[in-house]
Design a protein around this ligand. Structure first.
Ligand code: SAM
Length: 225
């Protein structure tokens, strides 16, 4: 079926283009051994995040949803020597596995994992004036996407890039009566993006080894747009 074809094409492209090295492979292995759910980004999506970080020249990255730190490592590797990445994770077990993976990848000096519900951590970060990021990746619990978008915009400046994963949900976003709180979260996310003049965004459907889903990406506008 389609899934088999998508997986094979992902592999074809990854074999040629994706710089997934032994460390990244080991991280996925560590995550499996620690029984983490296999919901990390695909290798070619990790490399997309890395490319976006490089294209934008980001120095400060915020990630919402760490899991085992697979996407974290892809992005952290694109940071300059004085760059920083803050990543938010609710589950202490996930955070512990991620911390080990960051150390394995040699990026733990640049990355801070904040353990707790992301909405609470974001509020604390505001108190600590720990905001202002160049690049923000939203990839945690989808029902809270509207809240994460609000915070992302608050912690942004003109030119900040905001990326969201899993915005298609197998096409369920078309269902206006969906009772799935993740679908509703993503629908509200789209409605917010549609009418917020602070950000210009688009979304792409994705197929591949992780099934059928989608990425949203946007840039925070300057005052003159
Ligand atoms: N970005 C990761 C990657 O690609 O390797 C995958 C992240 S996974 C899709 C989502 C993560 O968000 C899970 O580890 C989950 O425990 C975490 N999470 C769920 N609810 C959360 C919340 N309220 N606050 C922070 N993290 C949460």
């Amino acid at each position: 079926g389609w899934q088999k074809l998508w997986t094979q094409v992902d592999r074809y492209m990854a074999d040629r283009l994706v710089a997934e090295d032994e460390v990244l492979k080991r991280i996925l292995q560590n995550n499996r051994e620690a029984a983490l759910p296999e919901i990390d980004v695909a290798p070619n999506q990790g490399q997309l995040l890395q490319l976006l970080v490089r294209m934008q020249g980001a120095k400060r990255i915020l990630e919402i949803g760490t899991l085992g730190g697979y996407s974290t490592v892809w992005m952290a590797r694109a940071l300059p020597g004085d760059g920083e990445l803050v990543t938010l994770e609710y589950d202490p077990h996930h955070a512990e596995v991620a911390q080990q993976n960051l150390e394995l990848a040699g990026v733990s000096d640049k990355v801070t994992i904040r353990v707790g519900a992301a909405l609470d951590e974001l509020a604390k970060m505001e108190q600590e004036r720990a905001g202002d990021f160049d690049f923000i990746f939203i990839d945690a619990d989808k029902p809270n996407n509207p809240g994460y978008l609000e915070w992302a915009l608050k912690f942004s400046h003109p030119g900040t890039v905001i990326v969201g994963d899993n915005v298609v949900r197998g096409g369920e976003i078309l269902n206006p009566n969906s009772e799935d709180s993740r679908v509703r979260g993503v629908q509200t996310f789209f409605d917010m993006l549609a009418k917020d003049p602070r950000i210009t965004a688009t979304a792409l459907q994705t197929v591949g080894s992780k099934g059928y889903d989608g990425f949203m990406m946007g840039i925070v506008n300057g005052p003159a747009r």
